[in-house]
Design a protein around this ligand. Structure first.
Ligand code: TRP
Length: 336
């Protein structure tokens, strides 16, 4: 039986952090052998809010190199850049014309981001989930590993598929494949170091709120030293009054690759003065090999480019065939 297809992506907006690694990339790596995987760097999504043009290309290469440094293996996975494949924007247009406006207006992430942008909300920000649907559908993906915050966008994708298949499909011959979200509980939510009730985020103005994957050991030590804790002695998971405690123990558990039971036992009598150095040492040791691999990759730009070129060619073959299928179903004349 053919392997199921997996597709996911991360925006090249800089500051890839422990939340991206522990909540996303590490899970992709853990199960990659079971699936036929496509991982893209979604640079077209990165321009839906104001951004720095001079940094876009460098950030795109950074994410691609981090995918590899984190252990994405080309034997099982294809890595590519969204904007290298014009079919993404073309399918997004076709999907735009069958997606009701009010489906997009009720997306929670749009509403949250629109409030932050004030007057300056682009059409692209509203349309973001349709482009994401195109990303998924061009590869006939079965599964889409995402965080809880992206689940609504995968559900929108499913609604678009059902609508297209209903309006343009023939009986027993759907136009598009219906994907499923794949949401993992464990490590899915890494919280901010300065507020245990908020997600660790690339856009938090405080650098102290997150550990970036490329932070040098001194920065990691400083951030853990300054992170928010509480005055209690004895550390525990799952106490709703101690969100920071739960988050820091979870980070330790994931970075040390230990079970929750083992960490709960190990840390139950510790104070913060004992735990923080342990977490620091564990985080530095966990990131060190990844950072070394990253530096090696960045030292050889030709190699990285050759991987992205191969990824593009492989991804384009799938994308172009799905796009042709959709255009045919929608009634377009054959391209000459
Ligand atoms: N919107 C996703 C995020 O910000 C990124 C993304 C774009 C994505 N296209 C995708 C994720 C397709 C999964 C599949 O996290």
């Amino acid at each position: 039986m053919a392997k199921q297809r997996v597709l996911s992506g991360i925006q090249p907006t800089g500051n890839l952090h422990l939340g991206n690694y522990l909540g996303a990339i590490r899970n992709w790596v853990a199960t990659q052998e079971q699936y036929d995987n496509y991982f893209c760097v979604v640079d077209l999504h990165a321009i839906t809010v104001p951004y720095e043009p001079g940094a876009l290309a460098a950030n795109t290469y950074e994410v691609a190199a981090l995918y590899l440094a984190c252990g994405i293996d080309l034997a099982y996975s294809t890595i590519f850049v969204q904007s290298h494949i014009p079919a993404h924007t073309e399918l997004a247009w076709l999907l735009n014309c069958i997606t009701p406006l009010n489906w997009l207006e009720r997306m929670i992430q749009f509403k949250e981001k629109a409030v932050k942008q004030g007057e300056n909300v682009s059409v692209g920000l509203l349309d973001y989930p349709v482009l994401m649907a195109a990303d998924i559908l061009l590869y006939d993906a079965d599964l889409v590993p995402v965080g809880e915050d992206q689940k609504q966008h995968v559900e929108l994708t499913r609604d678009i598929v059902l609508r297209i298949n209903d309006q343009f499909g023939k009986k027993g011959k759907p136009v598009l494949k219906l994907p499923e979200p794949l949401i993992r509980r464990e490590g899915a939510r890494v919280m901010s170091l300065t507020d245990g009730t908020k997600k660790m985020s690339k856009s938090d103005p405080s650098e102290l709120s997150r550990i970036s994957l490329l932070d040098p050991p001194e920065a990691i030590a400083k951030k853990i030293k300054r992170c928010k804790t509480d005055p209690e002695r004895g550390l525990e998971f799952d106490n709703p009054d101690r969100p920071e405690c739960h988050n820091l123990l979870t980070l330790y558990m994931l970075l040390a690759d230990k079970t929750q039971v083992a960490v709960a036992a190990e840390c139950q009598d510790m104070g913060w003065g004992q735990f923080k150095p342990l977490l620091t040492e564990t985080a530095i040791a966990a990131l060190e090999p990844l950072q070394a691999k990253y530096r090696e990759l960045r030292a050889d730009p030709d190699y990285l480019e050759s991987i992205l070129r191969e990824g593009r060619d492989k991804a384009a073959a799938s994308a172009e065939s799905v796009l042709a299928r959709v255009k045919n179903a929608l009634g377009f004349s054959k391209a000459l």
